[in-house]
Design a protein around this ligand. Structure first.
Ligand SMILES: Nc1nc2c(ncn2[C@@H]2O[C@H](COP(=O)(O)OP(=O)(O)OP(=O)(O)O)[C@@H](O)[C@H]2O)c(=O)[nH]1
Ligand SMILES: [Mg+2]
Length: 326
């Protein structure tokens, strides 16, 4: 049965096709429905228009299904810890990610190149650390940005000439304070030497642009009054080995190795545990039963005699080899 639509219908339909906004399209669809005569021949068409309206309303209210809820900026943690690289525009955050990992971020000589976070894995000896490149810190941060910074285990604040790095630092602290994230400011080292809760390392990049050693030394001295600081050059590959070690240190963990009595330890797969973990806590972590049956342990390490017998409250040190006796 033919629809026999009146000519006004086609005029409105033309406007509908040309409309550029959801609300405009919705209004015109409504108009088309009103003009359309109601009889059997138009049933299918009316149903079609109603379906289109429903789809448009969904878009207008941005109602999202469960499948679309994973935001693009949510960076799944991998490796022994996640460190966000943050800082003012153009300081070389992306260049450092490229120098330390296999990731291939966009790098350019103009500011605001990076728009979304990008992760890469940095190998440090026998562990992998995740680095996350981020957009430049500005007065306005997209809502996901503070979330990402809170979730990260630590942060590298990347500063660089030609701007004064101390001013860059102060500006970054101001921005972060607005989001209650500024424990980077006069962070007081806790008794075990950690910067909590927002562990931050200052990285003075583009050190190659500061050829005067006295000027560089002065900047470093002043920045170190705020937080631990390293000078590097992503471009020239200067200081990158030290940077890797410092980033590992920033995570506040130690690596220990277990061995079964009479067998060698496997140095390729460390247990990565928070500093101040005791040998009893390590046993609990390895297996519930091992923790319960724990009697004593022998430790080979820098602060012990070889195979020294220790009790459950012994605090494990970086590099310790542990033999747990149950
Ligand atoms: N001389 C020198 N230039 C560098 C160094 N590191 C990066 N650059 C240059 O600085 C510019 C900016 O580098 P990016 O890595 O894109 O900087 P970014 O901090 O990621 O920039 P945004 O994403 O815009 O915030 C590029 O032209 C780099 O080649 C360095 O160590 N020395
Ligand atoms: Mg960038």
């Amino acid at each position: 049965m033919p629809a026999n639509l009146p000519p006004q219908y086609f005029e409105v339909e033309k406007k509908y096709r040309a409309a550029r906004s959801v609300s405009e399209k919705l209004r015109l669809l409504d108009e088309m429905l009103a003009i359309m005569p109601k009889h059997k021949g138009t049933d299918k068409l009316r149903a079609d228009l109603r379906r289109r309206m429903a789809q448009l309303r969904d878009m207008g209210t941005a109602r999202k299904g469960p499948g679309r809820r994973t935001p693009v900026y949510l960076v799944e943690k991998e490796g022994i810890g996640q460190i966000a690289l943050i800082g003012p525009p153009n300081t070389g955050k992306s260049s450092l990610l490229a120098a330390l990992t296999k990731a291939q971020p966009q790098i350019a000589d103009y500011p605001y190149t990076t728009r979304l976070p990008l992760a890469g894995m940095m190998r440090y000896e026998n562990v992998q650390i995740q680095l996350v490149d981020t957009p430049p810190l500005g007065d306005y941060l997209e809502p996901w940005f503070p979330d990402l910074l809170r979730r990260a285990d630590a942060r590298g604040l990347i500063l660089a000439p030609p701007e004064d790095p101390l001013e860059q630092f102060a500006a970054a602290v101001d921005i972060l304070s607005a989001y209650q994230l500024a424990a980077v400011s006069p962070a007081k080292p806790s008794p075990d030497g950690d910067l909590t809760p927002y562990r931050t390392l200052l990285v003075l990049n583009k050190a190659d642009l500061l050829p005067d050693p006295e000027e560089l030394a002065l900047f470093l001295e002043l920045l170190k009054e705020q937080l631990p600081t390293l000078a590097v050059s992503a471009k020239k590959g200067i200081g990158l080995a030290e940077l890797k070690a410092a980033l590992f240190d920033l995570l506040g963990v130690v690596r220990v190795y277990t061995r079964a009595p009479g067998k060698p330890a496997n140095f390729n797969s460390p247990f990565v545990i928070p500093r101040q973990t005791t040998v009893q806590e390590l046993a609990d972590r390895i297996h519930h039963d091992l923790g319960r049956m724990f009697k004593f342990a022998r430790v080979w390490g820098k602060d012990t005699f070889d195979g020294q017998r220790v009790q459950r409250d012994y605090v494990l040190k970086e590099g310790d080899v542990v033999e747990i006796h149950a």
